[in-house]
Structures are given as structure tokens and as C-alpha cells.
Design a binder for this molecule. Structure first.
Ligand SMILES: NC(=O)c1ccc[n+]([C@@H]2O[C@H](COP(=O)([O-])OP(=O)(O)OC[C@H]3O[C@@H](n4cnc5c(N)ncnc54)[C@H](OP(=O)(O)O)[C@@H]3O)[C@@H](O)[C@H]2O)c1
Length: 362
């Protein structure tokens, strides 16, 4: 099969590096453009990324000598070279929104890791197992932008990628409210222990903007397509506290939940988790985990270090389901923040958009 030609915007960053490793030998995608700021443009990728390369594997040979283009100055050129781009840049939100729309208006679909467009009413924010149907809103977005191919689609925040999938199959029981405390790895801030030594032996009880995202984004994910916008779900209500903890990768969440009606039995909840699959599994997308939700019976699982890489970091691990004295139940869950929570989630979304015909080969 002829592969889709891909550009990575923000290729020198931490998420950009993940996109490079995930598209290396991908069965559908071939990266042909690497772009970053004007500071990196004109250099080879190896020169531009320098000592910032922090993946476990070496830079793939095809990327090392590729000359980096300017994400802002070469928009038309990049759009003409690729079938779509992944975008993960560290810029002001209004600048990111404008940049992503420039690519879309050049008829280049944008699959974004950035939060800038998550609340644009006609931009789908998608976890392919949960709300794959939201991509239909792209038709309305294209009408607004006046494009035939171009659009922006985003993935949701990394903090919620464990507890929203775990809560999703339980909404049918009248899930009323949830309380979550997240324990988030330092790679979520684009850092390593070398670049953030203050995090060794430390916990920081604040991650700017994270609690609002953790509480509000689930309501868009659980919303419905209504004409030219996504109508948010009214509930369940979620309250969140987000802490930065000294782990390299992997966001853990402690979650409490209550139902409005009769609560399901614990064995029923575990059966719902085991049986759950979504559009990503139905379409057998290359990056989809075979089993999305894994339940561990052991009391000391999931553990960040042991379980974050389950199914190539694309599955969610759950454990410790038990009754609570104030909520109906509580449990713990885990997902890999830079795989499922960032670049991996975006690659899966791009696969969905290709499989459903929203991205084509030019
Ligand atoms: N890290 C995570 O786990 C994670 C998870 C979800 C979402 N995100 C989001 O993904 C985005 C990137 O995060 P990151 O951790 O990869 O950041 P990062 O490591 O700081 O990388 C930032 C990238 O943006 C580029 N950039 C900066 N200013 C630019 C400009 N004016 N024009 C074009 N490119 C520019 C940088 O290029 P130069 O090298 O040339 O400066 C670099 O490639 C952010 O919006 C972040 O919020 C991150």
C-alpha cells in the first residue's frame, strides 16, 4: 500500500520526537517533512535537536539528515508536500490556533496535540474508542473554513486518558459524579530529571490549567454532534486535583465514583471493562490496543513503572476497585502520557481519520 505522506510540526520537541519514533516503520505513514521554529530551520534534524533527543532509541537514519523547515514561514510549501501534519508546538495559544488554521486553509489536515483548538466548537476532540463519531463535525468545519480537504482535529488532555476510558462504559448505569486525583509524570511538562532536577524526591501540587481540563474536557468527549458544533454532555460532574510526581512517564489517577440509580455490582463493572472496545478495535487500526482496558486483581497494581507500556503504551490499566464510604466505589488507573496521552493518541486519531475517509492521499 502506498503510504500517507506526513509532516511533523514541532518535530524537535518532546512530543515531536515521539511522532518521529511512532511514524518510523508505521504501516500507513511515512514522515517526509520535519518542521520547527526559525531557530531550527535550515539545520539538519540531528543538529537542530542536538542534546534534546530523549527517546530510548536513536534518531532514525532517515530523520538525522533531513533539513528542518520553518513551521511558520514554510506553510504553503509543507502543505504541498504532505497528505497531513501532526502538530505539537510550544507557542502562545492564539498563535497555535492561527498556525493550525493556516495549514487547514492550505488544504492540509492537522492532527494536533496542542490544547489551543480543543474548545473550538466545530473541532472534534477525539479518543477513538470513545467518541469516534465526532469526526462528522469536520464537514461543518470545512464549510466554515471554505476547504475541501483541510481541517483541524485534536486529542484530549493527557491527564484524563486513564479515568475517562474507565468511566465511559459505566455511564449507562447513571454515573452521577467522580472525584479524581492525578499523579502526573514529568514528561508531561516536556521535561526529564536532567532538565528538571527539582523534581527528584519531590511532589509539586500544581500543574497550571490541568484541573480545569481534567474536569471539563470529558464533557466535550461525551457530547453529541449538533449541526455545526459539539454539544457538551451535562454530566457526570467531575472534580479533580492534579499533582506532579517524580516519575519519568505515566499518569496515574485515583478515582471515586457514584451512580444516581442502583449501583452496578463490582463483578459487573469488571465485566464491562473486560468487554469494552470501540471503533479503533472494530477498524483494527494499526496503533489500537487489542484490549483497551486491563483490570489487575493484584492489590499493588497497576504500577507506573511496570504497567505504563502495556500494549505499546496504548492501553489503560485499572486496579483496586472496591466500595468507598462516601462514594459508591473507588479505583486506580494508569495511562502512558506521551504515548496514549500525546503522540500515540494523535497517531491513532490520524489512523481513524484515514480509515473513515477524512484524510486521503493526494
Ligand atoms: N509533553 C507532553 O506529554 C504533552 C502532552 C500533551 C500535549 N502536549 C502539548 O504539545 C505541545 C508540545 O509539547 P512538547 O512537550 O513537545 O514541547 P517542547 O519539547 O518544548 O517542544 C516545542 C516544539 O515547538 C517548537 N516551537 C517553539 N516555538 C515555535 C515557533 N514560534 N514556531 C514553530 N515551532 C515552534 C520547538 O521548535 P524549536 O526546537 O525550533 O524551538 C519544538 O519543536 C505543547 O502544546 C504541549 O502543551 C505535550
Amino acid at each position: 500500500m502506498e503510504k500517507y505522506k506526513v509532516g511533523i510540526i514541532g518535530a524537535t520537541g518532546m512530543v515531536g520526537q515521539r511522532f518521529i519514533t511512532l511514524t518510523d516503520q508505521h504501516p500507513w505513514f511515512e514522515t517526509v517533512v520535519l518542521a520547527a521554529s526559525s531557530r531550527s530551520a535550515g539545520k539538519t534534524y540531528a543538529e537542530a535537536v542536538g542534546t534534546r533527543w530523549c527517546m530510548e532509541r536513536e534518531i532514525p537514519a532517515w530523520a538525522r539528515d533531513m533539513v528542518v523547515l520553518s513551521a511558520e514561514e514554510d506553510v504553503e510549501k509543507i502543505a504541498s508536500m504532505v497528505d497531513f501534519v501532526f502538530c505539537a508546538v510550544d507557542m502562545k495559544k492564539d498563535e497555535i490556533r492561527a498556525l493550525e488554521e493556516r495549514y487547514a486553509r492550505c488544504e492540509c489536515p492537522v492532527v494536533s496535540n496542542n490544547s489551543a483548538h480543543r474548545w473550538t466548537p466545530d473541532v472534534p476532540m477525539v479518543v477513538p474508542e470513545i467518541n469516534a463519531d465526532h469526526i462528522r463535525i469536520i464537514d461543518a468545519q470545512r464549510r466554515r473554513l471554505g476547504t475541501k480537504r483541510g481541517f483541524v482535529a485534536v486529542k484530549s488532555n493527557c491527564s484524563l486518558q486513564s479515568y475517562v476510558p474507565a468511566l465511559h462504559p459505566l455511564r449507562k448505569y447513571g454515573l452521577e459524579k467522580a472525584l479524581v486525583c492525578t499523579y502526573q509524570a514529568i514528561s508531561g511538562a516536556g521535561k526529564t530529571f536532567a532538565t528538571w532536577p527539582e523534581m527528584v524526591d519531590n511532589v509539586i501540587p500544581y500543574i497550571g490549567g490541568e484541573e480545569e481540563k481534567s474536569e471539563q474536557e470529558p464533557l466535550k468527549l461525551w457530547g453529541t454532534v449538533a449541526g455545526d458544533h459539539i454539544e457538551n454532555a451535562q454530566g457526570p460532574s467531575i472534580t479533580a486535583q492534579c499533582l506532579r510526581v517524580p516519575c519519568s512517564d505515566g499518569h496515574m489517577a485515583a478515582c471515586f465514583m457514584s451512580f444516581s440509580g442502583e449501583k452496578p455490582a463490582m463483578e459487573q463493572i469488571k465485566a464491562d471493562w473486560a468487554a469494552f472496545s470501540g471503533r479503533a478495535q472494530e477498524l483494527k487500526l494499526p496503533s489500537a490496543p487489542k484490549q483497551f482496558l486491563h483490570y489487575f486483581e493484584e492489590n499493588d497494581r497497576p504500577q507506573t513503572k511496570l504497567d505504563r507500556n502495556l500494549e505499546n503504551g496504548m492501553a489503560v490499566s485499572i486496579g483496586r476497585l472496591r466500595p468507598d464510604t462516601q462514594y459508591d466505589y473507588k479505583f486506580v488507573c494508569l495511562s502512558h502520557n506521551t504515548l496514549r496521552g500525546a503522540a500515540g493518541g494523535a497517531v491513532l486519531l490520524a489512523e481513524l481519520l484515514c480509515a473513515e475517509g477524512y484524510i486521503d492521499r493526494r
